[in-house]
Design a protein around this ligand. Sequence first.
Ligand SMILES: CC(C)(COP(=O)(O)OP(=O)(O)OC[C@H]1O[C@@H](n2cnc3c(N)ncnc32)[C@H](O)[C@@H]1OP(=O)(O)O)[C@@H](O)C(=O)NCCC(=O)NCCS
Length: 162
Amino acid sequence: MLIRNATMADLPAIADVEKRCFPPQEAATEEEFRERLAAYADCFWLLFEDGRLVSFIDGMATDEPDLRDEMYADASLHRKDGHWQMIFGLNTLPEYRRRGYAARLVERLAEEAKRRGKIGVVLTCKERLVPYYESLGFKYEGASSSTHGDAVWHQMRMIFPA
Ligand SMILES: CC(C)(COP(=O)(O)OP(=O)(O)OC[C@H]1O[C@@H](n2cnc3c(N)ncnc32)[C@H](O)[C@@H]1OP(=O)(O)O)[C@@H](O)C(=O)NCCC(=O)NCCS
């Protein structure tokens, strides 16, 4: 198993995993990933098993404390030195789930964000995943303003110890 940051060459594999993990109205498009990779390939962490991309996590850095929908679509909002690391997507291919891969990626993202001087990590998720993220160290903050994909989202935050 290998975890590394992304390059533009990973674009097709990333878009393919996304398509297999999210319904069409929620999945980021290949074009959105192209823009994200151009702006912040170092805020993608990719997990490979047997040379195949099976899981990844991504999100921009920002000084804004709350995750809002515009951030998903507009990669220019990324601030490399921003205080917060956002999580936009966390995906594991169905046949590789329940092996702890997503947890490993969250852990790696948090380690790296702390090393980069961030205050913490923010994400939004559906209600059913709240206990999962709590188990990884996030605190529930309430319903998000997000209407992404016409779903209801909940914001969660992990603050690093000083
Ligand atoms: C949510 C998602 C990313 C989780 O990926 P994953 O790699 O299976 O995650 P993990 O293996 O870390 O944990 C998943 C579950 O497996 C359990 N698990 C972890 N390792 C395990 C192991 N070795 N054996 C059995 N179960 C295990 C975890 O405890 C967790 O259990 P829970 O659901 O009861 O909390 C994946 O299901 C997915 O891509 N879903 C679709 C997209 C999505 O909704 N993404 C989240 C957006 S916010």
